[in-house]
Design a protein around this ligand. Structure first.
Ligand code: HSE
Length: 301
């Protein structure tokens, strides 16, 4: 018995919602092919598209490690499984690359076993994969990758995840400047204490963004995409971040920011044409300053 599962890239934080907001896109994403075998234990037989960067050791790979957690919880720790992972998106880009692989793996095993758990129940296992990938089990990539669309993590303890509505025509322009920004490091440069007045600004914006999604009010969504807590520290890791923002907004982006922990940046738009214009403009700028980049025009999905 074998299944093939696709799981999408995700944009975590959505500017003001560090660790609590994220959305999934229709593409890019990763693919996992999984097969039940008669040899006990998990084996990763093949990884493509990673330039040899990902571990084949089942204890170290986020896909197999999270599947193992799942099997332990179901009381079938030695089930024989063969995994093929096909990376179809850049690693370390801030687009939830490890999350996409992990989620595809968990969805695959749950399907092979005839869905003993709900998709929502898979979130904690996927968070284990994130913990292995970057030292912290945040859910703002894995929850949207599993559930689709916009997702709010209202609470981590206990886990309380809420699917949010969003305007159906919402598109996203994503540009990945090819510089190295490991999530682990990007989390370490954030100050752990915040000023009350900054907290007030931030929760006003989070509430504004969530309200804007419910009201399908692009102007409110756009003016709520402001981050006074995390972006000031992380923006220095991204070449010409503030110029890129100015260019994206001048081209019609409704809001702009860092995707997850970066270095990818994203802009929300009302249509794919605007998103395309934005990716072209940002890539031209990056090329001028000698930075290679990749881009994606996707819809929120
Ligand atoms: N919320 C996480 C962070 C997402 O910003 O570190 C990482 O993809």
């Amino acid at each position: 018995k074998s299944v093939q599962v696709f799981a999408p890239a995700t944009v975590a934080n959505v500017v003001c919602g560090y660790d609590i907001l994220g959305f999934a896109v229709d593409a890019p994403g990763d693919e996992v092919t999984m097969r039940l075998t008669s040899t006990p234990g998990i084996r990763i037989s093949k990884i493509t598209g990673d330039d040899g960067r990902l571990p084949l050791d089942p204890a170290k790979n986020t896909v197999s490690a999270s599947v193992q957690h799942y099997l332990n919880a179901l009381g079938q720790p030695s089930l024989g499984i063969d995994i093929e992972l096909h990376k179809k998106m850049p690693i370390g880009s801030g687009l939830g690359s490890s999350s996409a692989s992990t989620v595809a793996g968990l969805f695959a095993i749950n399907t092979l076993l005839d869905n003993p758990l709900t998709t929502m129940d898979l979130v904690p296992f996927a968070m284990k994969g994130e913990e292995l990938a970057c030292g912290h089990g945040h859910a703002d990539n894995v929850a949207p990758a599993l559930l689709g669309g916009f997702v709010l993590i209202r609470s981590y303890e206990p886990l309380d995840i809420i699917k949010l509505p969003f305007p159906e025509d919402m598109c996203v322009a994503i540009v990945y400047p090819e510089v190295d920004v490991p999530t682990r490091d990007a989390r370490q440069i954030i100050r752990s204490k915040v000023q009350l007045k900054d907290a007030v600004t931030q929760w006003g914006n989070v509430a504004g963004l969530v309200s804007g999604l419910f009201m399908k009010d692009y102007a409110l969504i756009g003016r709520s995409m402001v981050d006074v807590l995390v972006e000031p520290a992380r923006s220095i890791l991204i070449p010409d971040f503030y110029q890129l923002r100015e260019l994206a907004l001048a081209q019609g982006g409704i809001g702009f920011g860092i995707s997850g922990s970066g270095p990818s940046v994203f802009a929300l738009t009302k249509d794919p044409e605007t998103a395309k214009r934005i990716t072209n403009t940002l890539q031209q700028h990056l090329q001028k300053i000698g930075i290679r980049s990749l881009s994606f025009v996707s819809s929120v999905n």
